[in-house]
Design a protein around this ligand. Structure first.
Ligand SMILES: [Zn+2]
Ligand SMILES: [Zn+2]
Length: 285
């Protein structure tokens, strides 16, 4: 893993508030990252604020107005700005891969409606912005979503867009949109190995044929046995999962891999897995 460079996209606005669903789970950040921030190939970027204009390009006017009038909009805009910046820096080779911290936005936000703690889209504006910046490039994005819950918003956002592969690990098996959109039933309770096996069969093997330019991972640790969306998984599961997807990104798309934190409110799990994930991304895992 020579010459890998990892970006962490963080803003201090993400701590100190009781965010919808996830609460103040980043209360110990960025301090818990202090060890990994000493690595010479890890860079901490302050997530910039996204211009609201990008939201109007992917959402209905009503949704954007309602989001912007909420108390959590500020945190959401910095989350989106960090995500947009991470994708740009990955594409222009300033960094190889990245970890983006998120509040108030995410995978339950579709074009016209949003719920479940995520009140604007993250992947929608991120992908739209990159396409706007590089109009001659026909990007292909692979999104893997391993949060416990069905990514209804992301699915709605990209339905009909066959340059976006969306594989969502949730509660049912289905394939739609000319086999570019999948859901995989992981089971109400599962094991680390059984889940990883499903990732191998339903993402790793399928994404090879898709040939993505960048892999986006909507992580979510709410599947942990001590979190609100428990599927019975251990904290080590998340590290094995990231290793697997990172290896795939190395083989398929020059290591271009962007992880965003998504769901889960267990502070102990967050404190443990995110520094370890940075170690894996930066070639130390
Ligand atoms: Zn969830
Ligand atoms: Zn799903």
């Amino acid at each position: 893993m020579a010459n890998v460079k990892t970006g962490i996209f963080w803003n201090n606005i993400f701590k100190g508030s009781n965010w919808p669903i996830i609460g103040d789970k980043f209360i110990h950040f960025p301090e818990v990252l202090s060890e990994v921030l000493k690595f010479d190939n890890v860079v901490l970027y302050e997530s910039p604020k996204a211009p609201p204009d990008i939201l109007y390009q992917v959402h209905s006017e009503n949704l954007v107005k309602s989001f912007l009038s909420s108390w959590y909009a500020e945190g959401g805009l910095y989350t989106i700005g960090g995500f947009m910046s991470a994708l740009e820096k990955i594409w222009t080779n300033e960094i190889t891969n990245a970890l983006n911290f998120m509040v108030a936005v995410g995978h339950h936000a579709g074009k016209t409606s949003a719920w479940g703690g995520t009140y604007a889209s993250l992947t929608g504006p991120g992908i739209k912005n990159l396409r706007n910046k590089f109009p001659d490039k026909n990007f292909r994005f692979a999104i893997i979503d391993t949060d416990s819950h069905h990514a209804d918003g992301t699915r709605d956002m990209f339905l009909g867009d066959h340059d976006v592969l969306h594989v969502c690990f949730c509660d049912e098996n289905l394939a739609e949109d000319e086999n570019t959109k999948f859901c995989v039933d992981v089971g109400w309770r599962t094991s680390d190995d059984a889940y990883l096996d499903k990732v191998e069969k339903n993402f790793i093997l399928k994404v090879k044929d898709f040939k993505p330019d960048i892999i986006i991972h909507v992580l979510g640790h709410d599947t942990h046995y001590d979190d609100y969306g428990s599927r019975g998984l251990s904290e080590e599961f998340f590290l094995k999962l990231v290793k697997k997807v990172n290896k795939c990104a190395m083989e398929l798309c020059k290591g271009r891999y962007l992880i965003t934190s998504m769901g889960g409110d267990n502070i102990k799990v967050a404190d443990y897995i995110f520094p370890e994930i940075v170690k894996i991304l930066s070639g130390r895992g």
